[in-house]
Design a binder for this molecule. Sequence first.
Ligand code: MTE
Ligand code: LUZ
Ligand code: MOS
Length: 761
Amino acid sequence: MRNIDSYTHTRGESIYLDDIPVVAGTLYAACFDSPVAHGKVLSIDTSEADKSAGVVKVLTHKDITGENQIGGIIPDEPLFADHHVHFCGMPIALVLAETDEQARAAVHKIKVEIEPLPVITDPREAMQKGELIIPPRIFKIGDIDTAFKNCDYVFEGKADTNGQEHLYIETQGAYTVPQENGVIKVYSSTQGPTAVQRAVSKVTGLPMHQLEIDVTRLGGGFGGKEDQANTWAALCALGTHITKRPVKYSLHRMEDMRMTGKRHPYSSDFKIGLNKDLKIVAYEATFYQNAGAAADLSPAVMERTLFHCTNSYFIPNVTATAYCCRTHLPPNTAFRGFGGPQGMFVIEAAIAKVADELGVDATVIQQKNLLQTGDELPYGQKVVSEANECWDKTMAQFDFEAAKKAVADFNAKNKLQKKGIAVMPICFGISFTNTLMNQARSLVHVYTDGSVVVSTAAIEMGQGVNTKILQVVAQVFSIAPEKIRVNSTNTYRIANTSPTAASAAADLNGKATLIACTAILERIKAVAAVELNVDASAIELKDEFVFANGKKTDWDWKKIVLHTYNKRVSLSEHGHYSTPDIHFDKSKEKGHPFAYHVYGTAVITATVDCLRGTYEFDSVKLVHDFGTSMNQIIDRGQIEGGLVQGIGWMTMEEVVYDKNGKLRSNALSTYKVPDIYSVPKEIDVQFLQTQKDNLAIFRSKAVGEPPLMYGIGAFFALRNAIKNFNASANPAFDAPMTPEKVLMSLYPQKVKILMDKKQLV
Ligand code: MTE
Ligand code: LUZ
Ligand code: MOS
């Protein structure tokens, strides 16, 4: 089935936040944000702005009617700077004016005096200065000290990954409209309506029931709107609460890039030990996470790094330590993979290091250490593994040996172009690592004409979750998709929602919808059974007809639905689902936090232009574990999109903050994301259809985040191509591998000469 949004998307008729028709009297908001990363606020002068044309009010921390606090996990993040600023882009004042232009013009008239304080942008420096947001966490299995002593090979190294801008096509924003009795309706471009509701409640001082959050869809979130949509909603709602007028704020791209956090950069150290058979026996990793100026979701992201520090390998002795380091960057936040990719990059770097040192193929080491069913991960969960199935199918399906030979043949024939090939296996845990978040609700109404409306907590952000929810309804009732509408996500219909995140939205909300629909169906069947004088177990609904004992009756869907209503039997249900059997004990760092894991293996081939340092990806061929895919069109789209996003992170996307904490890559002219020309020339996605897990909806498996991690293979394919050009090259494990870095890595001797002469810095 095609994505149900494809018709309005292609016609430009889909409604995003900025498309909502504005109510008369709407005010427009614009932020004055800190130009300084760290400093003491000496004065805020809004007098000129107050007098500016069209300005109704300028808000600062003094105007907050509730608490000046939007921290989600830890209350450490003021909405407005009060006495200090902690990052460039931190809101200091909000102008409310009759038009967008007037609001933005007035922002320039605000004068703020800030006394600069020392700025930290590097997580290792933050750690040395004791700037930790939470105490370090350590995941441990076995005993590395003894294990390292008995290893035949031990290698150490450093591996760094940079941030990543979410670059959702729709920027952040909110629109708040006053209702009667002080209620505020909040339209928000958020993945987490309840997080918005809580933040607005805290900042305004209004109870949660006075706040209706409504979300039709997002033009992309990718984690960037899991927590960070709260700011704009809180700002607008405060404006509405104070002025009693609607307030709208839709960020400009540069505001969005400057003021919001990104994927966390990490700097990490590793030590890896193997025996003669190339079995990894011991692994030690230390992660320095660049959290930015406030906690935001960093502690949870850091936890997921630890959960994924061994990727899809079994390692009996592991100690992994992570530090959540406070710096003066905008608070970094969720981004597809949520810390997992950062952890997985380091183990892949460690394996590449071993390969370099021993002169063996990294793939040999990868393959020998893949997880088997029953293996225990460092956090105590024993896995049901598809790692070997995915690997073996990849090798066979794509004839890896022939591909390797083709690369070698090409390299033998070409001097200035070199190819590299790498294999990237993935293993990603599905469930929120915070167990309590693994719950969802779904509200289903069947109307007397047989049409159905369903509401859940799931936010549609392009990933197709609404289509999957609709498929659940269609399948349970056995009715046509045209009879079903998926409603907007609204906190008056569905309360206490978990964000649409952790790839679990279709699982959790799909299951809740299954429960709700099944309950209604059972009631309809009972009514039909009486009418047809058979046992309820003999009734079936199929293709919009009632079947009794396998025989089609003349009761169609519409007739039986109306009859159920006439019998005063409820055609509505509120279903609740919570993932069974998951738990995690933080005091021991052990448990069974994930419902299941998703696996896959990709082969990535790159060609490097060794004169220019530019590159192309010839192909990415992969076998992915979809469980039993519910929707192959959507799932394929998720694989392709996630993969390209991962390649972008690993290769061309370069977030640059200067040492004063100012974002230099602050627009699309200085921040390069993959476009259609940088997509691999061939992407071949093969489905490993398994049936093992029933913890996801209809035995499918979550698909949203895992494919991003195939992109890590792009880094290693490039690195291999560089080494195929210059065997003495030793490119650092420092992503992204931009063309500049490739060029420098190709000619280390020349770079050294230039550096010595100070012609290159
Ligand atoms: N796909 C699109 N098109 N747009 C998005 O914003 N977000 C990703 C992924 N795929 C995203 C996307 C992220 S970060 C997550 S967690 C999942 O979708 C969330 O949706 P799901 O739980 O329904 O998979
Ligand atoms: N958000 C969250 C997430 O709060 N907990 C998680 O485990 C998670 N995982 C991935 C993405 N977002
Ligand atoms: Mo996705 S990072 O869980 O929003």
